[in-house]
Design a protein around this ligand. Sequence first.
Ligand code: CA
Length: 297
Amino acid sequence: MNKKYFEQIDRVIRKNLEQRGMDKVRLVGELERASRSLFESETVFIVTGFCIRDTLTGETDGPIGAISLASGLEQLGKKVVIITDEYSREMLFNCKMVKGVKGPIEVVPHKAAEYFCNHLINNYKPSHIVGVERPGRANDGCCYSMRGENLSDIVPNTDILFEKAKELCIRTIAVGDGGNEVGMGKVSSLVMNCVNKGEKICAAISSDYLIVAGVSNWGGHALVAGLSLLSDKILLHDRKTEIQLLKSMLEAGAVDGCTKKSTMTVDGLSLEENLEILESLRKIVKGRMRKDCVMAG
Ligand code: CA
C-alpha cells in the first residue's frame, strides 16, 4: 500500500535531473528498499560535504539533506554519526543545532584518512553507511567536481568507509545528483554515457541502494519521507526550518556548488524551488496519514 506513495516521492525528487543527463538513470523501487533498510538500522554513519576548490568551503547541497536524515533517524531511536571533512564541519555543526541532532560529527583528516575511517568503524560498529553528496573516487583513483576539476589533493578519501562496509556486510546507501558522488558506481555505464565528462568523473564504488535526485538534499528529505511512511510519523521538517538550515549554512561559509556564491540557493536553484520540493514531500506523507485516519474512522 505504501508503494504508490514511494513512487510519488521518487517522482518529486527527480525534478531537474535532465539538466545533467542523470534522468536516464532509473532505479525503480530503490527509495522504498533503502527506506526499509534504514528503518531496520541501529547505528548509521552519514557521510557528507562537498568542497568547492575556489572557496575552499563546503557547498549548500549535502549537509541539509544529511542532517534532515540524521534527525529523522534519531526520532526513530537510531544512533547517528555524521562524518565529513574540515570544509563542511562548521556548516554541519550549525545545521545540527537548528535541528537539535544529538549524534557527533567526526572530521576525517586528509592524512591518515584510511586509519581514521577504520577507527570509526571499529569504534561505532555501524549497521548502515549513507553517503549524501559526498565526492567519490573515480576509476583513476582521483575525485572530481562536476566540471572535472581534480579535488583529490584537498578532499580526504572517505570511499574507504564504503570499501570496508563491503567486507563487513554493512549496508550502504548513497544519494547523489551528478554521477561523481560516492555510490554512483552502481550506474557507472549510464553516468559515463549520459553525463558531461562522465567517463572521467564517475565514482567507481557502488552502493547497495542508490537514490538519484535532482538535488542531493532532496534525496535526504526523500529518505525521511520514506521513513515517515514506514513509521506513521511526520519526521520531515517544515519550510521555516529549511530556511533556517540554509541560513545557518551560509553563516558557516557555505557557497552554492554551481554558482560558487554565498546565496540562499542550492545547485543554482532558488530557495522557493527548494521549498516547493520539501512541501510536496510533506504533502505526500500527510496525504497518506489522512487516508489512514479516514480508513480507521
Ligand atoms: Ca548537487
